[in-house]
Write a new protein. Structure first.
Length: 302
C-alpha cells in the first residue's frame, strides 16, 4: 500500500512539474519570436520554433501523463497506460525531425551568415537558459519514471543546450565576428539529440510492437521452468511490455502426471514465484497441461 501511495504521489508530482514547464516554454517562445523579428536573428526565430515544437511535445506528455491515471473501462481493460508510450514515440519522432532540421539550417548558415543584433540574442538566450534549465531541473528526478517523462526531459534539455548555443553565438559575434560558431554548436547539439533520441525511439517502438525485453529470452525461461520436478516442458511462450515498467508473460506448461485441479495450485505458485523473483515479470498467465503415459496432453488449469 505504501509503495502504491508513493508511486501515485510521484506521478502527481511529475504531472504538476510538466504543467510548470509548459508555461515556461510558452513564455520563452513568445519572447524569442518577438526578439527574433526585432533583431533580424534567424537563430532566435529558429530557437523559438524549436521551443514551440517542444512546448507541444510537453503538452502531449502532460496529457498522456493525465490519461494514465484514468480508471479501466469495459473497452480499455488495460486502462490508458500505453498513452505515455505512444506520447514518447511521437515525441521521439519530433525530436528526430527537429535534429535534422537544425542540421540543415546549420549547414545553410555556413554559406549565408546573417548580420544580427547580438544583444537580443544574448539576453533572450540567457532567458532561455534560465527557464529551460529550471524546467530540466524540475524533471530531472523523474526522467527515469517512464519513457514519456524521459522524452519531455530530452526535449527540454535540447532547448537548454540550444539556448547555450545562442548565447555563445552572440558572444562570439560581439567579440570576434565569428558567425560560424552558431552553426557549429547547432550541429553538435543535433548530433547529441539524435544519439539520445535513437534509444528512446527504439525502446518505445519495441514496446508498441510488443517485443520481449532484450534480457528475457523465451528459451531460457522455458528451460528454467522445466527444472521443476513436476514440469516436463514449457512452450507457446509470449513475453511483452505493456509499459516500460510492466512486463507480461503467458505460456503453456506441461506437467508430467495427471493431477486434480486443487493439486496443481502449488505448482502454479512455484512457477509464478520463479517468473516474478528471478525474471522480474509482474503479470503472469499460465496454462497447465498434463501429459499422460500415452503421450497425450491436455489442459488442466489456470
Amino acid at each position: 500500500m505504501s509503495d502504491l501511495l508513493g508511486s501515485n504521489m510521484e506521478h502527481q508530482q511529475a504531472h504538476n512539474r510538466l504543467g510548470i514547464t509548459i508555461v515556461l516554454n510558452v513564455v520563452i517562445t513568445l519572447a524569442q519570436v518577438v526578439g527574433g523579428l526585432i533583431s533580424g536573428s534567424l537563430a532566435l526565430i529558429s530557437d523559438a520554433l524549436h521551443n514551440l515544437s517542444d512546448s507541444l511535445a510537453v503538452v502531449l506528455a502532460y496529457v498522456a501523463n493525465r490519461l494514465t491515471s484514468r480508471e479501466k473501462t469495459v473497452k480499455s481493460t488495460f486502462g490508458f497506460q500505453r498513452a505515455e508510450i505512444l506520447a514518447a514515440f511521437i515525441n521521439a519522432l519530433v525530436l528526430v525531425g527537429i535534429s535534422f532540421y537544425l542540421m540543415i539550417e546549420a549547414v545553410q548558415r555556413y554559406f549565408n551568415p546573417a548580420i544580427v543584433d547580438f544583444r537580443w540574442m544574448l539576453w533572450l538566450g540567457l532567458l532561455g537558459i534560465v527557464a529551460n534549465g529550471f524546467s530540466v531541473f524540475l524533471l530531472h528526478e523523474h526522467k527515469h519514471q517512464n519513457l514519456n517523462i524521459k522524452a519531455a526531459y530530452l526535449h527540454l534539455m535540447g532547448d537548454a543546450l540550444t539556448s547555450v548555443a545562442v548565447v555563445l553565438g552572440a558572444v562570439c559575434i560581439w567579440l570576434w565576428d565569428w558567425y560560424w560558431i552558431d552553426p557549429t554548436v547547432t550541429l553538435l547539439i543535433s548530433i547529441y539529440l539524435l544519439f539520445h533520441t535513437y534509444k528512446l525511439l527504439k525502446e518505445s517502438t519495441e514496446i508498441l510492437m510488443q517485443f520481449a525485453p532484450d534480457h528475457l529470452l523465451p528459451e531460457e525461461i522455458a528451460a528454467r521452468l522445466a527444472e521443476l520436478e513436476q514440469v516436463e516442458r514449457a512452450y507457446h511462450i509470449h513475453i511483452w511490455r505493456l509499459t516500460d515498467k510492466t512486463i507480461h508473460f503467458e505460456g503453456h506448461v506441461v506437467i508430467n502426471r495427471d493431477l486434480k485441479l486443487s493439486e496443481t495450485e502449488s505448482i502454479n505458485q512455484e512457477l509464478t514465484h520463479i517468473l516474478k523473483d528471478e525474471f522480474g515479470i509482474q503479470h503472469i498467465t499460465l496454462q497447465l497441461e498434463c501429459n499422460d503415459t500415452q503421450g497425450h496432453s491436455g489442459p488442466v488449469s489456470h
